[in-house]
Design a protein around this ligand. Sequence first.
Ligand code: FES
Length: 137
Amino acid sequence: MTSGFELDRAASGRRAQCYLPAMNPFRRHFLVCLTNRPPSVQHSCGARGSTELLAAMQKAADRKGLRELFGTAVTGTTCLGLCESGPNVVVYPENVWYAAVRPDDARELIESHGVGGVAVERLLHPDVDRAPPESAP
Ligand code: FES
């Protein structure tokens, strides 16, 4: 479904039909914090290996064909605000947060949550209220 709206161009008096991309283009979205700060300044996910984590998760997702089969994206993002516990990953739309995720966890995270829709309990963020993800697509 395409969402759109008409934009009035008051200056020219013409009306233009503008279309916005769908606001929720992915069924599920893994966001990996990539913020990197010097350890002497503040804890950060990047300083704890989140770049390698993102690469491992994207590789695992590509192997499973997640984007094509399940509409799932795995991308980097900036600080999620829970820097002490990184590397952090949040998954939307379920709003499931993971903490201290390592590249070695990538495959399990993608296969369990990305493919199966089942959160990886041992990686759930201890300080974030959470609801279990919905069933797999
Ligand atoms: S640096 Fe990753 S949550 Fe802040």
